[in-house]
Design a protein around this ligand. Structure first.
Ligand SMILES: NC(=O)C1=CN([C@@H]2O[C@H](COP(=O)(O)OP(=O)(O)OC[C@H]3O[C@@H](n4cnc5c(N)ncnc54)[C@H](O)[C@@H]3O)[C@@H](O)[C@H]2O)C=CC1
Ligand SMILES: O=C(CO)COP(=O)(O)O
Length: 336
């Protein structure tokens, strides 16, 4: 069976996902909003702003017209920044094919509503949760685009839809597992960006692997606590969408979130870091939305709280570091 997919958003991950679908043998059209990006993909088979040096297959086609991309799609993959999804999807709502599965590629939580991306999709597109999937895991765009061995999770509460998404994305170099735990997969992807900001700050301050491992491990514990409060399956956090994504992002110099934190840790001001960050570092805005969720559900998330204090309330990084290391003594616990 050949599936047709519309990928909405021609940044680094949307473009990479388009290549993955093509390599998996599917039909795929990439929607981009900038004419020069669409032209570069169609004429020169590259997206130099987001994936310099990567050659895209000749069969990969891009368009500026959302109706053309969405026409007859079995899957609609959404790859815009989390904070613009509501606006973008609202504009495409009437163009969405009747039975298409809408797949979030995004790793963020909406500011103001604290909704996960799948919740925003259900609400704006007015579709039931069985028609909304999530694709996530330890996937740094450039490495996947280069065809390095990798894996991800295709999640949907409708197991059959998850299996179809799996079939549409498996390639000789990329494995895809299924899950029905949409909540856990989304939280793993969104909250690890906040932990990566914190790990980056630690790197920028000159701290080594011990401190980074501490933050990753306790970061995973707070992700699992929030997940348990929101009804996720705790096992998800030991998998690709949890530990896998957390470790990949926190360890990689390619990560925009980790790099953002590292620049702050080295002493740049927030404005200076924002000015040099050309791509989307979702954790920066999502931190406040996740903190809001944590408060609402009475979940303790000290790392998220410290990152939010540094990014949005002017707390000096060194003060945040002291606040974390001097917390009250307690037994080690994972999850709730
Ligand atoms: N880059 C990566 O390795 C991965 C990224 N993701 C997630 O994918 C999502 C998209 O991120 P990337 O592609 O990495 O970001 P990016 O910064 O590389 O690209 C963002 C894209 O969105 C477009 N865009 C920006 N503002 C827009 C607006 N107002 N309306 C419509 N389009 C707009 C940009 O033109 C660009 O095409 C994020 O949620 C990210 O967390 C997930 C897995 C891997
Ligand atoms: O989500 C990602 C890797 O899976 C990408 O992380 P960054 O957004 O920090 O680059």
């Amino acid at each position: 069976m050949t599936y047709r997919t519309a990928v909405m958003g021609a940044g680094s991950w949307g473009t990479t996902f388009t290549k993955l679908l093509h390599d998996a043998g599917g039909e795929v059209v990439l929607w981009g909003r900038r004419p020069e990006v669409v032209e570069a993909v169609n004429e020169r088979h590259e997206n130099p702003d987001y994936l310099p040096g990567i050659t895209l297959p000749e069969g990969v086609r891009a368009t500026l017209d959302p109706a053309e991309a969405l026409d007859g799609a079995d899957f609609v993959a959404l790859a815009v920044p989390a904070q613009t999804l509501r606006h973008n999807l609202g504009a495409w709502r009437t163009l969405l094919p009747q039975d298409a599965v809408l797949v979030s590629l995004m790793k963020g939580v909406e500011l103001g509503t604290s909704r996960r991306m799948s919740e925003v999709i259900c609400e704006v597109a007015d579709v039931p949760e069985e028609r909304v999937g999530v694709f996530c895991g330890p996937n740094l765009a450039r490495e996947v685009a280069a065809g390095q061995p990798g894996a991800a999770v295709a999640a949907c509460t409708d197991e059959d839809a998850a299996r179809r998404l799996q079939a549409a994305t498996m390639t000789p170099y990329f494995r895809v597992y299924t899950s029905t735990d949409v909540v856990g997969c989304e939280l793993g992807g969104a909250v690890k960006n906040i932990v990566a900001l914190c790990v980056g700050m630690a790197v920028g301050l000159g701290f080594g692997a011990s401190t980074q491992a501490l933050l990753m491990t306790r970061g995973l514990a707070e992700i699992a606590r929030l997940g348990a409060a929101l009804g996720a399956d705790e096992h998800t956090f030991a998998g690709l969408a949890g530990m896998g994504d957390l470790v990949g992002t926190c360890m990689s110099p390619l990560s925009r979130n980790r790099t953002f934190g590292e620049n702050l840790g080295r002493g740049m001001t927030l404005d200076e870091v924002v000015a040099v960050t050309k791509q989307t570092a979702e954790g920066v805005k999502s931190a406040e939305a996740v903190m809001e969720l944590a408060r609402k559900h009475n979940v303790e998330m000290p790392i998220t709280e410290a990152v939010t204090a540094v990014l949005h309330h002017g707390m000096p990084i060194k003060e945040a570091a002291v606040s974390l290391i001097s917390r009250s003594p307690k037994p080690e616990r994972y999850g709730l």
